[in-house]
Design a protein around this ligand. Structure first.
Ligand code: NAI
Ligand code: ISE
Length: 336
């Protein structure tokens, strides 16, 4: 079966996901596009999916009988309305992170899906599909002994002017929030945020870099440096310290060169290249489940728990290093 897909939000990642569904993956076809900037949807149709219909609104796209499943790749603040509409229409929905920019919004999605009685939502936490993180999880499970600490860094070379201090949490750290919960099979109990001096390349509404310290229910302490004006490249680092040893996330493959009296390894600059393989695998997983009228992979519950943690981290940004407690709501049976 070919799953007929509609894409809402045809910017950087919407366009890239449309490309992979049209040209890389099996079992899906882009039949519908929508963007508040109609010209962007038209451009994706022209370049990638010439047979697709362009809809004036995301809601019309979701309601269309020609659409079986939906990709929500618009700005984070707009995800909730489209995911709720897809659930109401009974259509599988892949939603880019964050599921919603607040825990309240993510909870409404959980409640709607629970009411629908079946999984319809996959959240775009692609790191769970990354070969490096999968190998790291296996190494932690079988070799390092029980984890004690995690040291991590999430560095972007630059971000747009519209990217402001809380986005370092719900747009960027959200990946670490989800992947460490999965990697450690644990939940968070508190968050602290520490600000070093502001980097010169940052702008007025962005305090960058920042260090987030998360503590888990099992007592693991995780420190994550978020530095989104690091200038030199797109760099994701992670080291798990266990009772018996240490495991590190592998570096992306790069040819090592001896040139001009230097030993060199190129560093990537774009998230699109760093996680290209994991985006392919996560969306193939989505297409497979959508063909059965359901969803798999990271759940709305995972999206909600990430949002609960992210709310606490945003609150902690104003607490001068003080810890903010992270609640543990009861998990509905649908996500057992
Ligand atoms: P972008 O700004 O390049 O594209 C977003 C598009 O959504 C724009 O074309 C915009 O006009 C459109 N849009 C905004 N509001 C809309 C609405 N109400 N209805 C329809 N269209 C709307 O942003 P980008 O980088 O593509 O990010 C989109 C989403 O994907 C964000 O939630 C972001 O966090 C997520 N993302 C995830 C990544 C990952 O690694 N998993 C990487 C990059 C983005
Ligand atoms: C972007 O939206 C992503 O999701 C990237 O993976 C992340 O590294 C970046 O910081 C976000 O802005």
């Amino acid at each position: 079966m070919t799953v007929r897909i509609g894409v809402i939000g045809t910017g950087a990642i919407g366009r890239d996901h449309a490309r992979r569904i049209q040209t890389v993956l099996a079992g899906g076809e882009i039949v519908a596009l929508s963007d508040v900037n109609r010209a962007s949807a038209e451009a994706v149709r022209a370049d990638i999916a010439p047979k697709a219909e362009v809809f004036a609104t995301g809601e019309e796209l979701i309601a269309s009988a020609s659409v079986d499943a939906v990709l929500v790749t618009s700005w984070g603040t707009t995800h909730e309305q489209y995911v709720l509409a897809a659930i109401a229409a009974g259509k599988p929905c892949f939603c880019e992170k964050p599921l919603a920019t607040t825990a309240e919004g993510a909870r409404r999605i959980v409640d709607a899906e629970v009411k629908a009685g079946r999984r319809l939502v996959q959240v775009g936490f692609m790191r769970r599909y990354d070969a490096g993180y999968v190998a790291l999880k296996e190494a932690v499970k079988t070799h390092t002994g029980a984890p004690i600490m995690v040291h991590a860094a999430h560095r972007n070379p630059t971000v747009p002017e519209a990217y402001i201090t809380p986005m370092a949490i719900h747009d960027t750290l959200i990946h670490e929030i989800d992947v460490f919960r999965w990697l450690l099979d644990d939940d968070y109990v508190s968050a602290r945020v520490i600000f070093p001096r502001k980097a010169a390349r940052s702008h007025g509404r962005l305090r960058d870099p920042q260090i987030v310290v998360l503590e888990t229910a099992k007592g693991v302490v995780i420190d994550v440096e978020i530095f989104v004006n690091c200038h030199y490249g797109y760099d994701i680092q992670c080291e798990v310290v266990g009772e018996d040893g240490i495991a590190r996330l592998p570096e992306p493959m790069a040819i090592q060169m001896r040139l001009g009296a230097k030993l060199q390894n190129a560093i990537l600059t774009d998230w699109k290249d760093r996680f290209v393989a994991s985006y392919d695998v996560e969306l193939q997983d989505f297409l497979k489940a959508a063909a059965q009228g359901t969803a798999s992979g990271p759940t709305s519950w995972d999206g909600y728990m990430a949002a609960v943690t992210s709310d606490a981290c945003v609150a902690a940004q104003d607490k001068a290093g003080e810890a903010v407690a992270i609640p543990h709501p009861a998990r509905p049976a649908l996500y057992a």
